[in-house]
Ligand binder design. Sequence first.
Ligand code: FES
Length: 145
Amino acid sequence: MQVNGTNRAALAQIVFCRGCCCGREDRGFPAVPVERLKAVWKAERLNSTVQLTISGCLGPCDRANVALILTPSGLEWYGDLSEPADFDAAIEWVRECRAANQLLPRPATWESRRFVRFPDESNGSACAVRLDEDWFPEPITAVTS
Ligand code: FES
């Protein structure tokens, strides 16, 4: 089967969650600097390197603030992004990827924040995800360009 590509190619996509928990300072969660992220991506035209997406709830709220990186190799989930420096590290990583014109290792400070999103029966490293019967994640709603 032939699979078609897209004209909006990038090396990767990064999704920062701002949903029912992530970024909800009014609920006691750390901020997600959405406007700053959008401004940097727009000013520096970073979307052609790593597409920025701000999403609604991605599911694993217990790890708020959550980010998801999509690459040709798969999905990488990161959580507990609580400091401005965590987001600065992401910005710097994308800048470096653009300069190198390739995907570079993720920010070193993010390494310990990576988590398993879906059950992996082979090693028992599943990350428990609570799904209430009447609750479904919001769709991805905002894409900057
Ligand atoms: S609000 Fe971010 S994972 Fe649920």
